[in-house]
Design a protein around this ligand. Structure first.
Ligand code: ATP
Length: 265
């Protein structure tokens, strides 16, 4: 026992000396390479060093980008669903929207289960306990979640999942170390968002809550380095074109493979 303690102390002493030596040698190295000091300053002044590092080193990652989910984020009513529909229409062979679980009530205009599986709060919480969700959150008092099984189902079909979530959801997905292409969609102005929301909300209270949330979401997105892709949905045709360009750049290789596959069929 005594011997172990001495051994540990010896190792500790060695490590302390070694640490000082390394700090000293790094200091000399950094002094003669000011560009490294600039990078370090950027890292240390970011809000979240881990997120920053992940984005910063991303282009140097030699692993293929294949099947990274496309994560589309933006305030309610900004036009996420409209733009995603265009992408699925154009590149339907490659993308598929994930279906979420929710405890919210089915709306009067929702005839059947489309983008959601409607479940009870008890069922939802059982799934939380079983760790089934990649992300889940409470939006406007209702629970929404994306399961690992759903992303797997889409991948099994050889497709790329499109995940429509709010900023909190995107941050959780990133914390779960799921590599994705994160896109934030802005409204051109709050007045326009009001107009678009007007047709979506059923009560005045719901409308106000969504506007407050939109302000929070935009602030959070502006302060996050997660959204390396951003677009403003002003004129719809223009926004669709920008979305196509973005998708073609992000999934260049996958789209090329798909075209080749289709030609060989
Ligand atoms: N560029 C645009 N110009 C005008 N209207 C638009 C534009 N984009 C979408 N809209 C309209 O705005 C409304 C909301 O769009 P959409 O349902 O796609 O938003 P969303 O972000 O998916 O909303 P939610 O998160 O609440 O589901 C719809 O009526 C849609 O037709």
């Amino acid at each position: 026992m005594e011997e172990n303690v001495n051994f540990d102390n010896e190792v500790l002493a060695y490590l302390t000396v070694r640490k000082d030596q390394l700090i000293d040698s790094h200091k000399h190295y950094i002094q003669s390479h000011p560009e490294i000091r600039e990078v370090l300053n950027d890292f240390l002044s970011s809000n979240d060093v881990f997120v920053f590092a992940k984005e910063y080193y991303h282009p140097f990652n030699p692993t293929p980008l294949k099947y990274k989910p496309l994560i589309v984020v933006g305030p309610s009513g900004v036009g996420k669903g409209t733009l995603i529909k265009e992408i699925i229409n154009k590149y339907g062979g490659l993308f598929e929207s994930k279906i979420s679980y929710t405890t919210r009530a089915k709306k009067s205009f929702e005839k059947s289960e489309g983008s959601y599986h409607f479940i009870t709060k008890e069922d939802f919480m059982r799934r939380v306990e079983r760790n089934e969700f990649v992300e889940w959150c409470n939006v406007h008092g209702n629970l929404y979640g994306t399961t690992f099984a759903e992303l797997d189902r889409i991948k099994q079909k050889g497709k790329i999942p499109i995940i429509e979530v709010d900023v909190q959801g995107a941050i959780k997905i990133n914390e779960r170390a799921i590599e994705g292409n994160f896109l934030f969609i802005y409204p051109p102005a709050f007045e326009e968002l009001r107009k678009r929301l007007g047709t979506r909300t059923e009560t005045e209270e719901e409308f106000k809550l969504r506007i407050q949330n939109a302000i929070k979401e935009i602030e959070m997105a502006n302060n996050s380095v997660l959204f390396t892709n951003r677009l403003v949905n002003d004129e719809l045709e223009q926004a669709i074109d920008q979305f196509y360009t973005l998708v073609e750049a992000l999934y260049f290789q996958e789209l090329k493979n798909l075209k080749e596959q289709q030609q060989n069929q």
